[in-house]
Design a protein around this ligand. Structure first.
Ligand SMILES: [Zn+2]
Length: 393
């Protein structure tokens, strides 16, 4: 079949010929009217599938009656406590709310994601098991990479290191971490535990690092040293990395060089209440920079909807982007760069590649980011899985 008259990111018009779930050819648009199963896109813009590099499928309360935020303080530790209260009151399993969120994000064009899943001594591997069910249920539609995330710390929640190791054995793809100093108060202890498991299991690491200022930079330097020593270049990411946005630019630039040499990627969701890392500077210094939603309608944040075009806009808004090239960079963070960090391959709109793409009414990529139009079509393996923002049953 043929998706006729598509506009690609470079402005050229093509027909997309599809067979057996793959793009077989991308000839210049013929102008031939659509026939049979063909779909005429009428010049609409074709984007590669959106990629959410940081989501929390087990935390969301999406689909449940509204739950007011219960955090009494503004520190990470206060929010961890608030989440315990919210979780204790839940009656619907995380596999159901996680499924609600997957359906919502697929309708908005996300076909690949990296989900952190909470693990601590109270929860054990319960949330992992719930999200493994979601991954299996939607396996034909989305890829879900799972990070075993020690939300309560590793050292201050005894037994968590063993649980993280068990999580990898049971199907988690990467190890998470959380503010080695700000939460665990022990930089070496936290990193010793993570890198020992990562080395033994041959998996990557994606740490949440909220700690700001020079203290946060020092932790990044330590993570870079250990990544190099463990031979984990390309398999380690730091999420948030607020510290890079709270130190002078020359300090951020020197740290960027260290991160690039160590092969460490940086995830930003365009934070509303914290310093944002200097994204273009990081990119210019060779650091892979990618985007994610982070919290969506959960005990941490009432906001978010998993729409990665909207996320690109929010990142651009926070980073003061204005020019088309900057908006294209914001889109790259939630498409090519995120796919690269997650190891999604092959990826992109190319002959021989998967027939996965998103169609929007926009003239250019920059307009798509600025206007974040409804997804006209979401196509997975050549099949229309969502139309006008609604999943096809
Ligand atoms: Zn997060």
């Amino acid at each position: 079949m043929r998706f006729a008259n598509a506009t690609l990111a470079d402005g050229s018009r093509h027909d997309v010929e599809v067979a057996d779930g793959r793009i077989t050819a991308l000839p210049a648009a013929s102008g031939r009217p659509a026939a049979g199963d063909d779909i005429d896109l009428g010049g609409a813009l074709l984007l590669p599938p959106l990629v959410d590099g940081h989501i929390h499928l087990d935390k969301t309360l999406l689909g449940l009656p509204w739950v007011p935020n219960q955090s009494v303080g503004n520190r990470v530790a206060d929010r961890i406590e608030a989440e315990r209260r919210v979780r204790a009151a839940r009656t619907v399993p995380e596999s159901e709310t996680g499924a609600n969120l997957v359906r919502q994000v697929v309708a908005r064009g996300t076909l690949h994601m990296r989900s952190h899943v909470d693990i601590d001594s109270q929860l054990g591997l319960r949330n992992l098991h719930e999200i493994l069910k979601v991954r299996e249920r939607f396996a034909g539609l989305v890829t879900i990479q799972i990070v075993a995330f020690p939300q309560s710390g590793i050292l201050r929640s005894p037994g968590t290191a063993e649980l993280l190791d068990a999580a990898i054995a049971e199907g988690a793809d990467l190890l998470g971490g959380l503010d080695p100093v700000g939460i665990d108060g022990d930089l070496d202890g936290h990193l010793d535990a993570l890198f020992a498991i990562a080395t033994r299991r041959g998996v990557g690491i994606d740490l949440h690092l909220h700690d700001g200022g020079e203290g946060g930079i020092a932790q990044m330097v330590a993570i870079a040293e250990r990544t190099r020593a463990a031979g984990l270049a390309g398999k380690v990411a730091i999420s948030h990395a607020f510290a890079l946005g709270s130190v002078p630019l020359d300090r951020a630039a020197r740290t960027a060089d260290l991160l690039a040499e160590a092969g460490i990627a940086i995830m930003s969701h365009g934070p509303g209440g914290a310093t944002i890392p200097p994204l273009t500077l990081l990119h210019e210094h060779g650091v892979r920079v990618f985007g994610g939603s982070d919290n969506i309608r959960d005990a941490w944040s009432p906001f978010g909807n998993g729409d990665m075009l909207e996320r690109a806009m929010m990142i651009g808004y926070r980073a003061s982007f204005r020019h088309d090239a900057e908006l294209a960079f914001a889109l790259d963070m939630v498409t090519n760069a995120a796919a690269s960090v997650l190891g999604v391959a092959p990826y992109g709109i190319v002959p021989g590649g998967p027939a996965d793409f998103v169609v929007v009414e926009a003239e250019t990529v920059a307009e798509a980011v600025a206007a974040r139009p409804t997804r006209k079509l979401v196509v997975k393996a050549g099949r229309v899985v969502a139309r006008d923002g609604v999943l096809v049953p």
